[in-house]
Design a protein. Structure first.
Length: 142
C-alpha cells in the first residue's frame, strides 16, 4: 500500500508553476508535464487554492503562486492535499485475535512506534521549503 500520489503531483505542479511562471499554467498544460488527466490537476490545484498556496485566474484560467516558495514547506503541501489524516499515516489491521497473546497486545506496542515514525517524516517535510526543492530541481535541469 502506498501513500496517495497527490503529494508528489502537488509538488510537481508548484514547481512547474514557479519555473514556467511566464506561461499560462492551465490544468491541461500542467497535466502534460505530470502525465496525468487534467481532472487530477484541477483537484490538486483546488486543494492548494483552499490552503492559500495558489490562486486561479478566471476565464482562460491558469494557476499562479500566492505564497513565496520560501514560505511553503513540504509539510504545508502534504497537509494541503490531505494525503492522510493527522496521526493516521499507518493503518492498523482490524480485530486481531484477543485470545492470542500477540493479537491482544500488538496494536498497543505498534501504535507508539508508528506515531513516532509519522512525526519523524513530518519533521523532515517541515524542514524543507518548496524553494529549496525548486532550487535543486533547477540545478538538475541545468
Amino acid at each position: 500500500m502506498k501513500i496517495s500520489s497527490r503529494f508528489t503531483v502537488a509538488v510537481h505542479t508548484l514547481s512547474l508553476i514557479h519555473i514556467d511562471r511566464n506561461n499560462v499554467c492551465t490544468s491541461e498544460w500542467i497535466a502534460g508535464s505530470v502525465n496525468t488527466n487534467p481532472v487530477v490537476i484541477r483537484r490538486v490545484i483546488g486543494m492548494l487554492k483552499k490552503a492559500g498556496i495558489v490562486g486561479v485566474k478566471a476565464g482562460a484560467g491558469g494557476a499562479y503562486l500566492i505564497k513565496d516558495l520560501e514560505d511553503v514547506t513540504l509539510l504545508d503541501v502534504y497537509r494541503a492535499v490531505a494525503v492522510v489524516e493527522e496521526g493516521e499515516l499507518f493503518q492498523m489491521h482490524e480485530h486481531p485475535n484477543p485470545n492470542c497473546p500477540v493479537g491482544a497486545n500488538i496494536q498497543f506496542v505498534l501504535e507508539f512506534i508508528l506515531k513516532r515514525s509519522q512525526e519523524a517524516m513530518e519533521q523532515v517535510l517541515a524542514d524543507l521549503t518548496m524553494k529549496e526543492l525548486v532550487t535543486d530541481l533547477i540545478k538538475k535541469i541545468g
